[in-house]
Design a protein around this ligand. Structure first.
Ligand code: PGA
Ligand code: ZN
Length: 441
């Protein structure tokens, strides 16, 4: 038997230099484990509440003193003496003591830090790697890394309204080979950008953030980089988008307005919901795209229905702001046949137990699950272990630069080495272009 002896939180800084919460859990056997909480920029309105101090004299109001204090006082008071393996009970105790729908009393940043640190302490206590402790003996799947090599939207000061242009090494024989392919494409893209006098500085997730005049230009540059690096687009490396469309939906006109193109004096579009879905369908016809996240606004369920009807049998349609890792919203999407994939961000829901519940619901309902970082990250690599533990088969953790991104991929390289012959690199996107090709052959 091993019990929680102490829980202590402190404020640290995330990859954007803003405060976030770190939690350290100690057991009566002297095990010490910690976890840090990430933070989004393009957040969904129904996410669990990230508690910020709102004291404008400190950190532009983004301090987390209250969240830290809630861990050190109420939550520690509640959980000290609890059995370290009682993850579900511990998470439920915090949910109940908080008592609000969106965890606004303690703050989801306080609750999640504790939830993840408890899981790590339990894994250490069991003397198991975190993925093995969380996933048990049927854990074997190394995820396809979705690498965000061109950043836009609210993650970059460039002209692009779409937030993420990702590559997916679907044809790689192993996770480490997938990372090599990604790295080679990333560095080739850098050379191409330089040769065209385009900026190779990076955005929040470590992808390039050049000034471009259309989404098509970004996709063409990536295709050129894939080919120049010696790979076959579509067959070996497919493309994925996160439009983060809630960020450029104009609520007054109810149109999708390409604000950033507009601000740069570039040709821009204003599309109705159906036109936006049709535009995405055109991109899918033209480019080897097999996954689109948040193609439409989080409240545009009707539009999402249309989009799913149009594209849901061809590509993966990932709900991020739409579903916010919330089992209830996912259940609604399943009922209404909206989207076919769940983006998984632990801090959107606020506990490990609820995160795993959402993943299970997705997997048992024919939806894929993509484990994801946030744009504001730390050196914590918990999500790498989570993606393997839950056999999700997909992770997006940013680009091939910045340690806050690579720490997740590097952890997966270590897990791959640890799994040895038991490990299998497997892309869980049922619409991946590679699979289609194999089925046709
Ligand atoms: P966020 O971006 O962490 O800023 O929300 C990531 C995403 O939208 O997927
Ligand atoms: Zn997203």
């Amino acid at each position: 038997m091993s019990y929680i002896r102490s829980i202590k939180a402190l404020m640290i800084l995330d990859s954007r230099g803003f405060p976030t919460v770190k939690v350290v859990v100690t057991t009566d056997h002297g095990i010490v484990a910690e976890a840090s909480v990430p933070s989004g920029a393009s957040t969904g309105t129904l996410e669990a509440l990230e508690l910020r101090d709102q004291d404008s004299s400190q950190y532009m109001g983004k301090g987390v003193k209250q969240a830290v204090s809630h861990v050190n006082s109420q939550i520690a008071g509640l959980l000290v003496g609890e059995h370290i393996f009682d993850q579900e009970r511990i998470d439920k105790m915090m949910i109940e003591a908080d008592g609000t729908e969106n965890k606004e009393r303690f703050g989801a940043n306080a609750i999640l830090g504790v939830s993840l640190a408890v899981a790590r302490a339990a894994a250490h206590t069991a003397n198991l790697p975190l993925y093995r402790y969380l996933g048990g003996c049927h854990t074997f799947m190394l995820p396809c890394p979705m690498m965000n090599i061109i950043n836009g939207g609210s993650h970059a000061d460039n002209s692009l309204d779409f937030q993420e242009f990702m590559i997916r090494p679907v044809g790689a024989p192993s996770f480490s080979e997938a990372m090599r392919w990604g790295s080679e494409v990333f560095h080739t893209l850098k050379k191409i950008l330089k040769s065209k006098n385009l900026s190779s500085s990076v955005g929040d997730e470590g992808g390039f953030a050049p000034m471009l005049s259309s989404n098509e230009e970004a996709l063409e540059l990536i295709l050129l980089a894939i080919e120049s690096a010696g790979y076959r687009p579509g067959e070996q490396i497919s493309l994925a988008l996160d439009c983060a469309a809630s960020e450029f939906f104009d609520k007054t006109s109810t149109l999708y307005v390409e604000e950033k193109f507009k601000a740069q004096g570039l040709p821009f579009a204003e599309r109705t919901s159906e036109e936006q879905a049709d535009y995405l369908a055109q991109l899918v016809e033209r480019y080897p795209i097999d996954s689109i996240e948040d193609g439409l606004h989080e409240e545009d369920w009707k539009g999402w229905g249309y989009l799913t009807e149009k594209l849901g049998k061809k590509i993966q349609l990932v709900g991020d702001d739409l579903l916010v890792t919330n089992p209830k919203l996912l259940a609604k999407a399943i009922r209404q046949k909206v989207a076919n994939s769940l983006l998984v961000k632990c801090n959107q829901i606020g506990t490990l137990t609820e995160t795993l519940e959402a993943i299970r619901l997705a997997q048992t309902s024919g939806y894929s699950a993509v484990v994801s970082h946030r744009s504001g990250e730390t050196e914590d690599s918990f999500i790498a272990d989570l993606s393997v533990a839950a056999n999700t088969g997909q992770i997006k953790a940013g680009s091939l630069s910045r340690t806050d991104r690579l720490v997740k991929y590097n952890r997966l390289l270590s897990i791959e080495a640890g799994l040895g012959k038991c490990g299998r690199y497997q892309d869980s996107n049922p619409y991946s272009l590679e699979k289609k090709k194999m089925q046709m052959a």
